[in-house]
Design a protein around this ligand. Structure first.
Ligand SMILES: C[S@@+](CC[C@H](N)C(=O)[O-])C[C@H]1O[C@@H](n2cnc3c(N)ncnc32)[C@H](O)[C@@H]1O
Length: 246
């Protein structure tokens, strides 16, 4: 993902939009209550480490990401070990960890199934996996802006190329793990202003021309005037699984 290699800004703009969620419990708080935070915990594709800025972290936590810019931010998380690496080639021995977390990262990978094999390799038997991904209809209202502003390439759904989705991923995980369950995080975005939507769009497709920006502003504003806010449906699931015996 070239957009993550040298900057954390795109990811931060996207995280900011989720503050307009209607669920009073934030995604990170909801997730934190469900994560297997016992023993040696490894997060792959940890990004800016936002999760650990919002919830307390376990004593033995290793954070990894393949982006140097993300790893620089991760080194600011007190007490965590940070290692730069690709999720499909983890520099840990077989059975080294008790829990692997892959939060909103699996759909970025060219070969997600080889990452799942790698997660199973580094987990001890009985160790736990937590994977967060989105449904096929996640934030579809943002993609729908593309044609309205002359940018049909607007796609907030990274998973279109590999179908790492809420619908398809449990079966892919079941090829390597047992006890696979999925739980949906209930939320919808209700955004009363143009700017946060515009910032998100720019984080996905880069700067807009003046004509595109004015079309985007008009389309977003029209929706706000008609409905009181720009509503965006969310569809995010946490998939949990257990590493079976070797
Ligand atoms: C959407 S961000 C999620 C960050 C974090 N997990 C969160 O939810 O706040 C996806 C992250 O996956 C990382 N990533 C993408 N491909 C990767 C790969 N092959 N190996 C490791 N990390 C990768 C990106 O650099 C980025 O930080």
């Amino acid at each position: 993902m070239s957009q993550y290699a040298t900057t954390t800004g795109n990811l931060s703009a996207r995280i900011a939009l989720h503050s307009y969620g209607t669920n009073p419990q934030s995604w990170y708080a909801w997730l934190g209550e469900r994560l297997p935070l016992v023993g040696d915990v490894l997060e792959v594709g940890a990004g800016t480490g936002e999760l650990w800025r919002r919830i307390g972290h376990p004593p033995r936590l290793t954070l990894t990401d393949f982006s140097p810019a993300m790893c620089a931010r991760l080194r600011e998380v007190p007490g965590a070990q940070v290692q730069r690496c690709d999720a499909t080639r983890l520099p840990f021995r077989d059975g080294a960890v008790d829990a692997v977390i892959a939060n909103h990262m699996l759909y970025h990978l060219d070969d997600p199934d080889s990452a799942l094999r790698e997660f199973a390799r580094v987990l001890r038997p009985g160790g736990r996996l937590a994977v967060a991904v989105n449904g096929r209809d996640h934030m579809a209202e943002l993609d729908a802006l593309g044609p309205a502003i002359g940018r049909p390439d607007l796609a907030v759904r990274f998973h279109d190329r590999n179908d790492v989705t809420a619908e398809a991923t449990p079966a892919r995980i079941a090829a390597h793990f047992t006890d696979v369950t999925a739980e949906r995080y209930p939320d919808e975005l209700v955004v009363p202003a143009v700017e946060p939507i515009l910032a998100y769009v720019v984080s996905m497709i880069g700067p807009l021309t003046a004509a595109e920006e004015s079309a985007a502003r008009a389309a977003i504003q029209a929706r706000i005037e008609a409905e009181g806010a720009f509503r965006v449906r969310k569809h995010t699931v946490l998939i949990s699984a257990t590493r079976g015996p070797r």
